[in-house]
Design a protein around this ligand. Structure first.
Ligand code: NDP
Length: 253
């Protein structure tokens, strides 16, 4: 995407990023902070979140908050507790990037392990739903809230072997569409990003034989992540965006 955001695009915006300790989520959190946002870093590995928080502090940007939270075990009450804590300290949320995700195993449907299946659904779909439900009141306090889910090309067209992950991403697209319909007369916009093949740990475990140097880095795909959190996307809702339009799904060639 060719997008040239202004330096203060996210000034005064408060944005929560899940899975903010690594990969695309880490880069998104750092990028949002560089463009002026106050960021809330949510993830399961505290040391990684603290490292991102420190990097933001060292760059002299707005201090980031850390919420250590495991989506795998999250209940509705846990999600409400996160929202309650945030509500005690923040007037509103202007953006939520649901980025955390679990790949599960790449294996045919007939061999998908059902425990792992449930884990992928819990992290990618159920916890994402519960957290969204808990955070909606804070998002609706924003004059222009943006809710962004993370999809995948296998969430739009099924592919052999992608089992629970693909099904969870179809569900994510559905969740986005339902919410976008429900809030179409409000100031809240709801969209999906399909990052496209990006150089991260998850990608390396899905395609171990791939030459990672042929992939875009998380930093390369940030223009769309910025666009959807800033005012320039204000009237866009119910859309599934590609961070790498035109990229063919599957291993880098
Ligand atoms: P990574 O595996 O590099 O990062 C995933 C992040 O999610 C990590 O910070 C991880 O935490 C966090 N996470 C995983 N499980 C949980 C949990 N139970 N509770 C809280 N946080 C958790 O993945 P990517 O950066 O590659 O992926 C980001 C998103 O983009 C995912 O939704 C993925 O499905 C999607 N995507 C990625 C593509 C790619 O090519 N990279 C392509 C298409 C979609 P921790 O650091 O502690 O492990």
């Amino acid at each position: 995407m060719h997008y040239h955001p202004k330096r203060n695009l996210l000034e005064n915006r408060l944005i929560l990023v899940t899975g903010a300790g690594d990969g695309i989520g880490r880069e998104a959190a750092l990028t949002y902070a560089r463009f002026g946002a106050g960021v809330i870093l949510l993830g399961r590995t505290e040391s990684k979140l603290l490292a991102v928080q420190q990097q933001i502090a060292q760059a002299g940007l707005k201090p980031a908050r850390v919420i250590t939270f495991d989506l795998l075990t999250a209940t509705p009450a846990d999600c409400r507790a996160v929202a309650d804590t945030l509500a005690q300290h923040l007037p509103r949320l202007d953006g939520v990037l649901h980025n955390a995700g679990l790949l599960g195993e790449i294996t045919p449907m007939a061999q998908q392990d059902s425990e792992l299946w449930h884990q992928v659904m819990q992290v990618n779909v159920n916890a994402t739903f519960m957290l969204t439900q808990a955070l909606l009141p804070l998002l609706l306090k924003s004059p222009g809230g943006s809710l962004v889910f993370t999809s995948s090309s296998v969430g739009r067209e099924g592919r052999a072997g992608w089992g629970a992950y693909a099904v969870s991403k179809f569900a994510t697209e559905g969740m986005m569409q339902v919410l976008a319909e429900e809030y179409k007369h409000s100031t809240l916009r709801v969209n999906c990003i399909n990052p496209g093949g990006t150089r991260t740990t998850m990608r390396a475990s899905a395609f171990p034989q791939e030459d990672a140097n042929k992939l875009k880095t998380p930093a390369d795909i940030m223009p769309l992540y910025l666009y959807l959190m800033g005012d320039d996307s204000r009237r866009k809702t119910g859309i599934s965006f590609d961070a790498q339009p035109g990229r063919k799904a599957g291993p880098a060639e």
